[in-house]
Design a protein around this ligand. Sequence first.
Ligand SMILES: NC(=O)c1ccc[n+]([C@@H]2O[C@H](COP(=O)([O-])OP(=O)(O)OC[C@H]3O[C@@H](n4cnc5c(N)ncnc54)[C@H](OP(=O)(O)O)[C@@H]3O)[C@@H](O)[C@H]2O)c1
Length: 311
Amino acid sequence: VAILLLTDPQPSAPFREALARLAPGESILTDLETARARARDVEAIVLWRLEPGIASLFPRLKMLCASAGGVDKIMACTDRPAGLPVTRTIDADQNLQIAQFVAMMVLRHARRLALYEGQAQRKQWRRHPTPAASAITVGLLGLGASGQAVAAGLKALGMTVMGWSRTAREVPGVECHSGAQGLARMLPRSDVLVCLLPLTPQTSGLLGRDLFEQLPRGAFVVNVARGALLREHDLAAAVRSGQLAGAALDVQSREPLPPEDPLWDVPGVLVTPHIASLPAPDVVVAQVLENLARVRVGLAPLRQVDEQRGY
Ligand SMILES: NC(=O)c1ccc[n+]([C@@H]2O[C@H](COP(=O)([O-])OP(=O)(O)OC[C@H]3O[C@@H](n4cnc5c(N)ncnc54)[C@H](OP(=O)(O)O)[C@@H]3O)[C@@H](O)[C@H]2O)c1
């Protein structure tokens, strides 16, 4: 039996090394040609994206294991076999990294770091008013594993935190909202809006003109979820009109974002190359092995994606 690594665009070597260390007895395949030749051995695929025509090659495949927290590029595959479990990775350290990244971007905006960096380049020593952290209200779209870590980080910095989820949630110290009405209540009070939603047919394109217009004028947007949640053209227009002060976009609709993309040139928008957090290969592999042990004895895997919800 074998585990197939299709982690591209992440390199497979760190996952292979982690597997060799944590489960020396397991057979590991890293290229499709070898895997085709041993099709009946493949029990699990560790992957970022599922291309059409792949899953059906392996008659004994027991599960698809996402090498990250997001599963959109697996769930969207048109010929994904019905009933084949998809699992995701939940890594506490990764969520802490996202919390750090969001805090850094919110503080960079609130404490006007880009302005001071520009001044420093001109050797200009000039102070500007800074809002107190307690005057900043952050709206979080998504109150899952990463959303809750982000909420804890921002609260520790003294900000007021609100959150929005699909189902009603209770998170200590966070004003929680859900459903369409909850979103409409939260948006007009969000000085900063942070997106931590999974990309599903329901959430795709949610961050567009209608939503931006409901934010207070001069709000700031942080997207650390998936690029397709946000309509980039609408965002650029909202920033240029002054409705938004700017945005920090760690994810984009096209990755890598090509140099000619107009998003790079929108003043106040900072594009980063999907680096808010990276899953630790050891954690991914440990969770795959835990689930492999379960499915081999007929148990359902843990951290399984709900087919109906799509996350
Ligand atoms: N940039 C990065 O480095 C990076 C790293 C990790 C993850 N991510 C992205 O962040 C996403 C979220 O990760 P997570 O671990 O926090 O996911 P999660 O634990 O599954 O939480 C998702 C949250 O979004 C809410 N939600 C889902 N669909 C919704 C809808 N239609 N309307 C309102 N709320 C909805 C869920 O509501 P319920 O609570 O009601 O279920 C939940 O609160 C991932 O899917 C991934 O794409 C990015």
